[in-house]
Each structure stands twice: as structure tokens, then as C-alpha cells.
Write a protein that binds this ligand. Structure first.
Ligand code: ADP
Ligand code: MG
Length: 603
């Protein structure tokens, strides 16, 4: 048998490596920005076209490269940043693998211009799919300009796999924000299709955070500052009352590198403890500085995860530092969401003497006497077809659906006065022919609202309520550009805009189903959901919007519902096209068969 193993040619090996390093245009943006930072640049400009699919260009005023280095930089494992294995445990730069440029050049057209300060002429190199097509001397300013064009031009499957421009742009903005938040002293600008998205001057941390997240952030920041032997922590958390219903604005940086770490995130959340209402998340920007030897950055190719030597102690330090700062800035005692005010003794009762209550009974009351007409006359009787849809896909066929008056026959065998009960302010319970149904009020309401919104959006005739006084809300620039993108859809659900300017929007009408005080929260949640809904491409933007609004507006767990509200919800749920699932695929109700209950009594 002949030998069959061969070494792969470099360009093939590079393409394979590229699969790991370059998932999408945003990965290129990250690598190029980091190279510019490693080169000591003080001003960095990012230019993209068509969400980076056509062009990604980064221009820096860093140290530049010699002619030989410029050529070498595209070789795999070519790096100026580490020399030997021990250096891996002492990394002070963003890059160190020497993979990025080689990978990028394997799957795109790259133009590189670079010049060092002491050189008269710079070098210009053009590469297409790992092959150098030209190299010449050019006059250029000090620093490096690198343009990556037609990403994935030679891997059609990858190119087709890219998401819509708005989604890819969002990925790029996310990467950009992580990088610029880690390097406040470097000036950055960012242009997309010739529009300026950001222009960030060299500044301090607080100014940089405000420049990214908008002016209103400033007064919400609580500074964090702690130096221990193990770690130095600086940064900001936002005051608990400005916590968001989204996790989006949570940033950890370790030695100026953005990282994700669920364990440390828990430490922060834990520090806020009872200061946050259920389902709210703190916003934070925390910068940890640890000895390079105590971390291992090498465990993940895209390097957002790192390993700490002593995570437990780090957890404790972060938690207590934040707790301390919250206390010091007097936020802690002011708020107490946990307290149940119904337990407080009202002032005027404090000095009253207690009396034994009188118990009044009606001697004529007979619990076995039929009550007669049910109290729920306003119960709409839905068409039987809808009721059948309730049972599709779930195994409760033994409920008989007999006549037009299905509801009554389904929900009450005896004519008891209450058809529904609410338990634990969470479930609506009702007896049905086959047993009992438990409906999760929050999830059920999500389903109802979702279908309502979807219908409104698609038929484009949503009801809008005009506001007496238009409301002005400020957003950061990235969010404003997103709002512009979805403006038409927002109008279809009932929002009316007066003006959209660089950092604010003015709203003059809102959907009838929401109240004025909810607008900001709902819009913020919506933007966040659209930004995060990256894997769900099968769904359109409209669907995401309907889901998001439904989620924001659905009655919460913990809300007491009176009988009428319970009924209305149950009624509407079972009029839905898909009553058994929430828009996010969670079960909205479960049934327990009499048989199952009976079984529990058999010993
Ligand atoms: P790494 O950053 O891991 O070293 P890269 O493939 O990203 O690997 O870059 C290879 C080398 O090219 C770097 O080590 C650096 O010497 C050089 N280089 C890349 N970009 C720049 C830049 N903008 N300015 C100066 N040198 C650069
Ligand atoms: Mg690099």
C-alpha cells in the first residue's frame, strides 16, 4: 500500500484555521483593532461598508512594520509578541497567536500599507487568498492601514451563512464597544457606509462609558475602587434603581481584555442582593488588573474566556467591594424591594388596642344547595373549533367537547360559583372535565399579547393613542440607528414618532396597550432583544418585536388577578392559535387527569 498522508498546503491550512478565528466580519474588526492597539496607536479609525461584507478597514498611527515584517505578518504563527513558551504566561498584548492576519488573508482580499517612523517610504502589499499579488514601496504616513475586502469570497458557504446587514453590524458594534471601553485613552472613530457612528476622543473611563452609553448614564454610575494583593479593581456599577431588564450592559475586563465569566458575574449580581427587583440586572463596567502569571488566556481561540488561579477569592473580593461601594454611596438603605408593605402596621393603628373580632354566620347557608346561575355571564363562548385546537398536541383527548356551550361544560361540571382560582399569584387553576388545569398567568398572557401584536403588525392597522405631551427619550447613537431601521415596524404596532435626531427620539403616539411610563423600558427591552436575537434567523424582525413587547407587557408572576381578569385571560388564551405554548416555546398550561389524582389515593 502506498503512503497516503500528506502535509496540507499552507493556503489550505490557513483556510481551516480561518474557520476558527474568523466567524464573521466582527471577528476581523476585533483582530484588526487589537493589532492596532498592540502597535501602540493613539488614534484608530474603523471604516466598514455593507456591514463589513464589502470592506473592513482599520487605520492606525502605531509603530508600523518594516518591509520584511509586513510580508511575514501574513505567515501563520508569525508574531512579534511572544518568542518562547514561557512568554505565554506573561502576556501583555492582545494578540500572541500570530494567526489572525494569516487567517484573514486566506479568505479575503487584503491591502496593507504600513510605515515605521524612521522609514522614508512605506510598504504596500496586496494579497488575495493567501497569495501575494503585489508589493511595492509607497509614501504613507506613519502607522498601518489595512483593508480587508470581500470577506469569504472564496468560501461561498460561509459568505451565504452571514446574517443580514443589520445583524452583522450589531455584532461589529458590540466588538467595537468592548474594545473602546477597554482603552479609553485611545481615540477611536467608526464609519459605516460613510456615516459616522462614533467619534470618541481620548478620555478617562467615565467619559468613555458616557460617550458609548449616552449622557443619561453619567448620574447613574457608582464608582468602584479596590486594591488588594490579588487584584486591583476599578470601574463603575449603575445604581440599582437603574437596573435593566436585560443583561446587555455588563462588562468585565481583565488586564484590558474583555472577558465573559459567569462565576464573577454572579459575584456582582450577588452584591446587589435584595436591591434589585426580580428579573432586573445591574449594569457594570469592571476592570480587573491581575498579575499576568495568575491567569491563563489560552483556553479559548477567540479569547473571551480566561482562567483565574484563585477564582473563589476573586469572587469574594468583587462581591464585597461592590457591596461596600453601594453602601458608601448610600444606595443600599434607600431601596428595599423585598419588603412587603402589606406587612407594615399602618401608623394610625399602632396605638390602638386590639379587639376580638366578631364572627358573623348566616344560619341559612347550605353549602350543598345548588347555587344556580354562574356569576360569569360575561364569559364569551368561543367557537368550538378553537377549543379543539387547545387539545392538539397534548394528551388529554378524554375531555369531551360536546356542544356549543363548551366552556361551561368544560370548566364546570357542578355549577360552582368560581370557575377559576388564582394560586400563589402565579397560576390560575380551574377544574375541567378530565381533571384540573393549571395555567401560568405570565406565560399565558405572553401568548395572548404576542398573537395580538403579531396581528396588529401584519395587518398594519394598530391602534395608537396620541400623547398630550410628546415624550423625548435619549438613546446612544447605535440604538438610534437601530430605531431608524425598525421605525416602520414600530409604527405598525402603534408608535408614532415626531422626530428622531442624533441622540434622542420624540414620541407622540404609543400603542393603546401600553402606558406612558412603560415606554422607555419597553423600547430598551425591544432594542436589546433585537440585538440579541442573533441565532433566530428563521424569525423576522416583526416576530422578534411582537415577542419582545409581549414579554415586557405580560402580567407578571406575583400579580393578583381578580376573577374577571382571570376569566378574561383564560378566555383569550384559548382563543389563541397556539394556546399551549408561550411565544418562547414554554408550556403555558398543564393538566392533571382525574385518573392521575385517583392513583395518588391508591395505596
Ligand atoms: P498576533 O497579533 O497574534 O501577533 P497577527 O496575525 O494579528 O498575530 O499579526 C501578526 C503580526 O503582524 C503581529 O505580531 C505584529 O507584529 C504585526 N502587525 C499586525 N498588525 C499590525 C499593526 N496594525 N501595526 C503594526 N504591526 C502589526
Ligand atoms: Mg493580532
Amino acid at each position: 500500500m502506498p503512503d497516503i498522508i500528506q502535509l496540507l498546503p499552507d493556503h489550505v491550512a490557513n483556510q481551516i484555521a480561518a474557520g476558527e478565528v474568523v466567524q464573521r466580519p466582527a471577528s476581523v474588526v476585533k483582530e484588526l483593532l487589537e493589532n492596532a492597539i498592540d502597535a501602540g496607536a493613539t488614534t484608530i479609525k474603523l471604516i466598514i461598508k455593507d456591514a463589513g461584507k464589502t470592506l473592513i478597514q482599520v487605520i492606525d498611527n502605531g509603530e508600523g512594520m518594516s518591509q520584511t515584517d509586513a510580508r511575514l505578518s501574513f505567515e501563520r504563527h508569525a508574531t512579534s509578541k511572544i518568542k518562547k513558551a514561557e512568554d505565554l504566561f506573561n502576556i501583555h498584548t492582545k494578540g500572541f497567536r500570530g494567526e489572525a492576519l494569516a487567517s484573514i488573508a486566506a479568505i479575503s482580499h487584503v491591502d496593507l500599507k504600513t510605515k515605521q517612523a524612521n522609514q522614508e517610504l512605506g510598504t504596500c502589499i496586496k494579497i488575495e487568498g493567501s497569495t501575494i499579488v503585489s508589493q511595492e514601496n509607497v509614501s504613507s504616513p506613519k502607522g498601518t492601514a489595512i483593508a480587508v475586502k470581500n470577506l469569504f469570497y472564496n468560501i461561498p458557504a460561509r459568505r451565504n451563512f452571514l446574517k443580514s446587514n443589520s445583524i452583522e453590524t450589531r455584532h461589529i458594534i458590540n466588538e467595537f464597544q468592548r474594545v473602546v471601553l477597554a482603552h479609553a485613552s485611545i481615540a477611536f472613530s467608526f464609519f459605516h457606509n460613510d456615516n459616522e457612528i462614533y467619534n470618541l476622543i481620548s478620555s478617562n473611563l467615565r467619559q468613555r462609558i458616557v460617550a458609548i452609553l449616552g449622557k443619561k448614564t453619567n448620574e447613574r454610575l457608582v464608582p468602584i475602587n479596590e486594591v488588594t494583593e490579588l487584584v486591583e479593581i476599578i470601574g463603575y456599577v449603575t445604581r440599582p434603581e437603574f437596573a435593566k431588564k436585560k443583561r446587555g450592559e455588563q462588562f468585565f475586563f481583565v488586564n484590558d481584555r474583555f472577558i465573559k465569566n459567569a462565576y464573577l458575574n454572579h459575584a456582582v449580581t450577588n452584591a446587589f442582593e435584595s436591591l434589585l427587583a426580580y428579573g432586573y440586572y445591574p449594569t457594570y463596567f469592571l476592570y480587573l488588573r491581575v498579575p499576568t502569571k495568575s491567569i491563563d488566556i489560552n483556553i479559548h481561540p477567540t479569547k473571551t474566556e480566561i482562567k483565574f488561579d484563585d477564582e473563589k477569592t476573586l469572587y469574594a473580593i468583587i462581591r464585597s467591594t461592590i457591596k461596600h461601594s453601594l453602601g458608601q454611596y448610600n444606595v443600599a438603605p434607600v431601596l428595599d424591594f423585598e419588603r412587603d408593605s402589606s406587612m407594615d402596621t399602618p401608623y394610625e393603628f399602632k396605638n390602638k388596642k386590639s379587639e376580638t373580632p366578631n364572627v358573623k354566620v348566616n344560619p341559612d347557608y347550605n353549602p350543598f344547595k345548588p347555587v344556580g346561575k354562574s356569576s360569569h355571564q360575561n364569559y364569551k363562548t368561543p367557537p368550538a373549533a378553537n377549543w379543539e385546537s387547545l387539545y392538539t398536541g397534548i394528551d388529554i383527548q378524554n375531555i369531551e367537547v360536546e356542544s356549543e356551550t363548551v366552556i361551561t361544560s368544560l370548566f364546570s361540571e357542578e355549577n360552582s360559583s368560581a370557575k377559576t382560582y388564582q394560586i400563589h399569584k402565579k397560576y390560575i387553576v380551574s377544574s375541567i372535565k378530565s381533571g384540573i388545569v393549571f395555567i401560568n398567568q405570565h406565560l399565558a398572557h405572553q401568548r395572548v399579547l404576542y398573537e395580538e401584536f403579531l396581528e396588529n403588525i401584519t395587518v398594519k392597522e394598530a391602534m395608537s393613542q396620541q400623547l398630550l405631551f410628546p415624550i423625548e427619550i435619549s438613546f446612544n447613537k447605535a440604538d438610534i440607528s437601530l430605531i431608524k431601521e425598525i421605525k416602520e415596524d414600530l409604527e405598525n404596532v402603534g408608535f408614532l414618532f415626531d422626530k428622531i435626531s442624533a441622540e434622542t427620539i420624540v414620541i407622540k403616539g404609543i400603542p393603546v396597550s401600553i402606558t406612558e411610563s412603560q415606554i422607555t423600558i419597553i423600547l430598551e427591552q425591544l432594542l436589546e432583544d433585537i440585538k440579541n436575537d442573533i441565532p433566530d434567523t428563521s424569525f423576522s424582525q416583526l416576530d422578534i418585536m411582537a415577542k419582545s413587547l409581549a414579554k415586557s407587557l405580560a402580567i407578571k408572576t406575583g400579580t393578583k388577578l381578580d376573577l374577571k381578569e382571570q376569566e378574561e385571560l383564560v378566555n383569550k388564551l384559548f382563543l389563541c392559535k397556539e394556546p399551549s405554548l408561550s411565544p418562547f416555546g414554554k408550556t403555558t398550561f398543564v393538566t392533571v387527569n382525574l385518573g392521575e389524582i385517583d392513583n395518588k389515593f391508591i395505596s
